[in-house]
Write a protein that binds this ligand. Sequence first.
Ligand code: CTP
Length: 216
Amino acid sequence: MRFLITAGPTREAIDPVRYISNKSSGKMGYALAGAAAHEGHRAILISGPTALDIPPGVDFLPVESAQEMYEAVERYIHQCDIAILCAAVADYRPIDPAKQKIKKNSDTMVIELEKTPDILGSVRDVFQFEGALIGFAAETNDVEVYARGKLERKKCDLIVANDVSRHDIGFDSSQNEVTLIFPDRSEPLPKASKEHIALEIIERACIIQHNKTTKK
Ligand code: CTP
């Protein structure tokens, strides 16, 4: 199978030296790309800036902003069978980033933000991708309810949901405990390393894609 995987945070420019971003380490997405390659699949990893090494055997495409990530996904998704969108894309960006470094001339400052493109939400409706589609949902409360809402709204086959209010798992941790939300059921996975969870997700993704193509 050919996988497209997004990972890491995005950076949204305020001026040439400043940006808005988030605490995503990229570990889950890199683990997914590494697991796919390890299992003999092709993987294109489209990643925002991280401190991680590129997993062996993976095609790597670095990006910075949500807009760049959107364009990279649009460009490569039709070369793939399965898309796993794991990146922590910034939801908002400065409307009009300054061309030159902003000077601290005033005591307060207001930056007007606009929504970034919803990459996962565009995969079916804009890019018309028909392969297996897997998204992530990081929630602090009502994890399953919100995750199921995302599954339906963004027409995913699977949402991997995790509770980011817990400090022992998720964002910067090397461990994770997730619930797999399918259209017809939910399946909690036991706490494990991100590498182990990645292998489970890759396996499920292949089954979903296999079922899609044999149904046609
Ligand atoms: N995502 C994306 N593009 C964005 C924002 C998010 O592709 N601009 C993807 C993430 O990679 C993840 C999923 O969408 O797979 C969940 O992101 P999230 O921001 O939690 O979903 P939203 O529907 O935007 O909901 P909310 O922020 O209100 O929780």
